[in-house]
Design a binder for this molecule. Structure first.
Ligand SMILES: Cc1ccc(Cc2cc(O)c(O)c(C(=O)NC/C=C/[C@H]3O[C@@H](n4cnc5c(N)ncnc54)[C@H](O)[C@@H]3O)c2)cc1
Ligand SMILES: [Mg+2]
Length: 215
């Protein structure tokens, strides 16, 4: 049977990227998705904004919701200092299997904890299972209607504390209206929009960065 798009993305990495070189993995995926087949990676343009936020926050613990093929996982992990790590949640086992191989090819497996499962099931276990106190940075890029419920769940579980930064992809396209309304109107968040484009296209999209101010 036909290969899947994630399998073709992995093949592009394995044929074009150098083992242990995260930047070459990022470049290989971007080239494939721009010139061969579009895929829902955060991409190079929004990826540069993600990079700048990671560098600004210099997080010790990062949570990523929605691994997909691991493109943004690699972007984040390559910028983390020794001892820091990104926990990434992915509930599709086929995508998780591809992402593990992409992360391995980039040589960043020591900085990544890929958890196969649904965000709603795993967030309540983060403290107990991973010894996380609070996340310094959360990157939201999973089903758009899960952004708000998962943010509220993270708050309820005490995983968002003063200074925690939420960075959400696709707040314009596909759009996350209920999430945007929440973080922009809440007195507990300082929110700003980084205007950009939907990955590999000219359509408008952007990232919303929201800093938790404490209760
Ligand atoms: C109209 C329209 C359609 C599509 C686009 C283009 C476009 C552009 C983008 O950047 C996009 O991020 C998206 C998008 O839909 N992303 C959804 C991404 C899901 C991934 O996360 C996984 N997942 C989903 N819910 C959960 C969950 N609870 N727990 C754990 N993993 C979850 C899935 O297994 C996937 O691996 C779409 C633009 C406009
Ligand atoms: Mg996205």
């Amino acid at each position: 049977t036909r290969t899947s798009r994630p399998q073709r993305i992995l093949k592009a990495v394995q044929t074009k990227a150098t083992v242990g070189d995260p930047q070459s993995v990022i470049t290989a995926i971007d080239h494939f998705c721009r010139h061969r087949e579009w895929a829902m990676n955060v991409g190079d343009e929004k990826g540069s904004i993600l990079d700048s936020v990671v560098n600004e926050v210099s997080p010790v613990t990062v949570l990523e919701l929605g691994t997909y093929c691991g493109y943004s996982t690699v972007r984040i992990a390559r910028l983390l200092p020794p001892g820091a790590c990104v926990i990434t949640l992915e509930f599709n086992p086929d995508y998780a299997a591809i992402a593990r191989q992409v992360i391995k090819w980039s040589g960043l497996e020591d900085k990544v904890q890929l958890v196969e499962g649904a965000s709603g099931d795993w967030i309540p276990w983060m403290k107990e299972h991973f010894g996380v106190q609070a996340f310094d940075l959360v990157f939201l890029d999973h089903w758009k209607e899960r952004y708000l419920p998962d943010t509220k769940l993270l708050e309820e579980c005490g995983l968002i504390q003063k200074g925690t930064v939420l960075l959400a992809d696709n707040v314009i396209c596909p759009g996350t209206p209920d999430y945007l309304e929440y973080v922009r109107n809440s007195p507990h968040y300082n929110s700003q929009y980084y205007r950009s484009h939907l990955e590999y296209t000219k359509a408008e999209d952007g990232l919303e960065k929201s800093v938790f101010l404490g209760y």
